[in-house]
Design a protein around this ligand. Structure first.
Ligand SMILES: Cc1cc2nc3c(=O)[nH]c(=O)nc-3n(C[C@H](O)[C@H](O)[C@H](O)COP(=O)(O)O)c2cc1C
Length: 321
């Protein structure tokens, strides 16, 4: 039977988590190619969108650019003003299959104005934002939360969100104060899965096929999201699929890792999103695990153009062939 999330057909229960400065279109497409079931844009300010008459033609809003090939894809909004949420959703919804509300970003810039994870201190506000957004869209509206501000209140928060008509909740198993410290609390996510009737997407610390399976098993969730591992290793989605389908621990070859960088570059070029600093980082990330010399990695970081990065990688290809 075809797999559906909030009525959206997805080819895998493993989604790419939204990540600021990482999950722009080229990276999202790559993760889709490698098996991610759903992608979500990084968070974008509802207020900024609401104040811009046509964000899709404005380069400043490149993070919400999407193409048909990417579908299904969600857009993640953050903010405080319900009027802005309503306007923003009306402007962007035509390009997306799902709307997601950020209730988990711990950055001071957001929490100091009551957005992001600050909403966890006042879950009625999350419910009210969801209700407002639902007045202008028929698409699924979802919330991405952490367990609480400084202690686990996830079940109470999730139940309030559920009553707003929210279609699904993504739960990162840490508090806002924890940021990324310690281990994600999968047991707490299980509490949410048991407490609500809507779909829960479990999130936190998937790094392999084994841990992906363990997360679903321990939380009872049907869906999960992968963040930091995907950032360094977009092949994680293929690894997970092979683990589930064939029970094997698969790893990409060195050549596949190097090719992944060139595929990423092609997407960046195609969509006019080439940034040298980003390319260097991706070259380092995607070739993780290949035994290059330290100097080889320094050469990548010192590269002044795509051509120079390419030359470094082609040198590596000879070394690892
Ligand atoms: C660089 C970076 C940027 C992130 N940006 C966002 C964001 O824009 N919106 C959001 O909801 N979560 C954001 N997150 C959190 C991730 O979506 C995810 O919840 C978190 O990394 C835990 O999952 P993981 O253990 O698989 O990394 C970000 C995480 C990282 C590492």
């Amino acid at each position: 039977m075809a797999l559906e999330f909030c009525g959206i057909r997805v080819k895998s229960p493993f989604f790419l988590a939204p990540m600021a400065a990482v999950t722009a279109l080229p990276f999202r497409l790559m993760c889709k190619d490698l098996g991610a079931g759903l992608t979500i844009t990084e968070q974008i300010s509802a207020t900024q969108i609401a104040r811009n008459p046509d964000p899709f033609t404005n380069n400043e809003f490149f993070t919400i650019k999407t193409v048909a090939q990417e579908k299904p894809v969600g857009v993640q909004l953050f903010g405080v003003d319900e009027g802005d949420f309503i306007e923003a959703v009306q402007i962007v919804q035509k390009d997306f299959e799902l709307i997601n509300l950020n209730c988990g970003c711990p950055a001071h810039r957001e929490t100091s104005v009551g957005a992001g994870a600050a909403l966890l201190k006042n879950p009625e506000k999350i419910a009210s934002h969801i209700e407002a957004i639902k007045t202008v869209t028929n698409k699924p509206v979802t919330a991405k939360i952490r367990l609480g501000w400084n202690h686990d209140e996830s079940v109470r928060i999730a139940k309030i969100i559920e009553r707003s008509g929210c279609d699904a909740i993504m739960v990162h198993g840490r508090t806002a104060e924890q940021k990324y410290m310690g281990k994600a609390n999968w047991n707490a996510i299980r509490g949410v899965v048991d407490a609500v009737g809507i779909e829960v997407v479990a999130n936190g610390d998937v790094t392999s096929g084994e841990s992906a399976e363990a997360l679903l098993k321990e939380t009872g969730a049907k869906f999960a999201m992968v963040g930091r591992e995907a950032m360094k290793n977009p092949f994680i989605f293929t690894e997970i699929k092979k683990f589930f389908d064939e029970g094997v621990s698969w790893e990409p070859s060195n050549a596949e890792k190097i090719n992944a960088f060139f595929e990423y570059y092609d997407y960046c070029e195609k969509f006019n999103m080439v940034k040298l600093a980003d390319l260097k980082l991706k070259a380092i990330h995607f070739t993780r695990g290949i035994e290059f010399t330290k100097q080889a990695r320094v050469n990548i970081l010192n590269a002044g153009s795509f051509e120079e990065i390419k030359n470094c990688l082609q040198e590596f290809e000879k070394i690892v062939a």
